[in-house]
Design a protein. Sequence first.
Length: 253
Amino acid sequence: MIIKGKTILITGGASGIGLEAAKQFLANGARVIITGRNQDKLDAAKKTNPALIAINSDVADAEDAISLFSQIKDLGGIDILYNNAGVGVPPLNLGVTNDKHWEGAAYEMNVNYLGVIRLNNLFMDMLKSRKEAAIINTTSILSYVPSLLEATYSATKTALAFYTKSLREHLHILNSNVKVFELLPPLVATEMTAARDEKKMTPEKLVEGLISGLKKDQYTIRVGDTKLLYILNRLFPKIAFGLVNSKKTYQSL
């Protein structure tokens, strides 16, 4: 896929992986639009990267999504939709009556899964109208092996992985020019993982892997430890499960 000259929308683009992706896509000659809920972070990203277009929008909010689509349309549309925004709610005990657990699970599902479908549906016809277009969905290493302490997060990413594969095949059957990529990160050093004392990949390395995969039309982009866990889970699933759910992992959460 050619990146230079494309216009890309990155959700959750004001910090972490999204902001690093914005920088690298700009460096590759793309026009970049970022969204996020935190106006201060959007302003800071714009200040350090003046070429960015920043729009305040919450992917979990249906009205925000419609407003975002309208604004993007007025800006001339996009060629690539990068569904990067994601949330992880601090783990709560399963099997115990807890209203907050349900609320957290619903929030994770709305942002990590349903919000992606909402945006894809809104932008699909726009993307289909382009000569070459793409959707990038971010799943996770946990879509292969679930974390016991991040049950709903793992479930949202597994659901998104199946949806991504299905969407790709449906568009292929329709002879659509919209390419569907799945990015599977390992544990990455972001604000969400700051408290965890484990090996982490830098956002820079992750995005380098993403852009390399896009240029090669590599529709499933496994980066870092995700490659190893994918193979290990196919051959020795119990060992893979044990690695993801080790005592060290519990202690770091």
